[in-house]
Design a binder for this molecule. Structure first.
Ligand code: ZN
Length: 363
């Protein structure tokens, strides 16, 4: 590791996790995430007001802990980065304002970061433990040959987003497609609710799917013939709701069919993702890699199945280690690092003051 690599302090409060990280270059020195999932579980989903209160309460401690774990002081930091969108407006501003205040107080250059760019590049974090399929990716994690991975396709799936991105190089993106309604994570949670799994529903649904048989209960494949690179999951959710009703009205107990139901639902989601990813790869024949990110990749099955497709095209598969799949500030710090390298930061205090949250920020 180059001793001259900059120290970056990064913040993310875009949803219900309060996270602060310290990076030295691409290496994560500390990544502290204070999760609120237990609090929101009682309400069946994220309540923005409650999340804001928790962020306000937690952020000073999470910040102190991140510095302490990284064994650095605020004076040592070279750049301060923070997510400014997309996310929940009243939550985004807690982390953003905290970061801006520090940048102004300690005269540090400030870097506003797109949270989704963080997910997109999360597989490049240096000590990300996710195994790369090719040496190219390992080489990049050691600091060389970044350009060899591009152009690339990015597939991002999380609670709020389902997106395909064409990545010409770091910082140069074109959105190819996105969900027209629900995101994959949202569809998992909504169907989890129909099946009384509690919140979040995704983890139980993917676990149960492992025990079910494919083809016993089938669902329509969303947007199969749409001839574009968009996604849609609200029709699948409605189909799941009707199917549940039908089965229950037949007098069949949930436990008799729930595993096969989850299997069928998972198969439909996976097939829709694979169809769109393959279309993107075929349409953009010059790509060398597929980058994936977002909390839904916590499903090892989704990570593996997408990987199988990527490898069948002979492409690099760049994916984050488990700890960087959900929301975290380390990925925000990584984007901050690349922006700092290209001189894309704000030094004037008046300009830092003006940076505002953009809840609907997009690529
Ligand atoms: Zn996210």
């Amino acid at each position: 590791m180059d001793k001259k690599e900059p120290l970056i302090l990064a913040f993310d409060t875009s949803c219900d996790d309060t996270s602060v990280a310290v990076l030295k270059g691409r290496k994560v020195l500390s990544s502290v995430v204070s999760s609120q999932v237990d609090i929101h579980a009682e309400w069946g989903g994220v309540v923005p007001d409650i999340a804001r209160r928790e962020h306000e309460k937690n952020i000073p401690m999470v910040y102190e802990e991140a510095l302490k774990k990284a064994k650095v002081s605020i004076e040592d930091i070279d750049y301060i980065a923070s997510t400014y969108g997309p996310g929940l407006a009243i939550d985004l501003e807690i982390g953003l304002n905290f970061a801006k205040d520090l940048a102004i107080k300690y005269s540090k250059p400030f870097i506003p970061v797109n949270h989704m760019e963080g997910h997109l590049l999360s597989g490049l974090l240096e000590n990300s433990k996710g195994k790369a399929f090719t040496e190219d990716v390992e080489k990049v994690k050691e600091g060389e040959g970044l350009e060899e991975l591009f152009p690339a396709i990015g597939l991002l799936i999380s609670g709020k987003h389902t997106e395909l991105i064409y990545v010409k190089e770091v910082g140069d993106y074109v959105k190819l497609g996105q969900t027209l309604d629900d995101a994959v994570g949202e569809a998992f949670d909504k169907v989890g609710r129909i099946l009384n799994f509690g919140y979040p529903g995704g983890p139980t649904l993917t676990e149960f799917a492992k025990k079910g048989k494919s083809g016993k209960i089938e669902f329509p494949i969303p947007m199969k013939n749409s001839n574009d690179l968009n996604f849609s999951y609200s029709g699948l959710k409605t189909a799941a709701l009707y199917k549940t009703k039908e089965l229950r009205e037949e007098g069949r107990k949930d436990k008799e069919w729930v595993y096969d139901f989850c299997r069928g639902f998972m198969d439909a989601i996976l097939e829709s993702l694979v169809i769109k990813l393959e279309s993107a790869i075929q349409e953009y024949g010059d790509v060398r890699s597929v980058f994936v990110g977002g909390g839904v990749f916590n499903s090892e099955e989704i990570l593996r199945e997408i990987g199988r497709v990527v490898r069948s095209y002979g492409l690099n598969y760049v994916y984050p280690a488990k700890e960087y799949r959900g929301d975290n500030a380390a990925m925000v710090g990584l984007v901050g690092y690349y922006k700092a390298q290209s001189g894309d930061y704000i030094e004037e205090k008046e300009e830092v003051e003006k940076v505002d949250r953009v809840p609907r920020l997009t690529f």
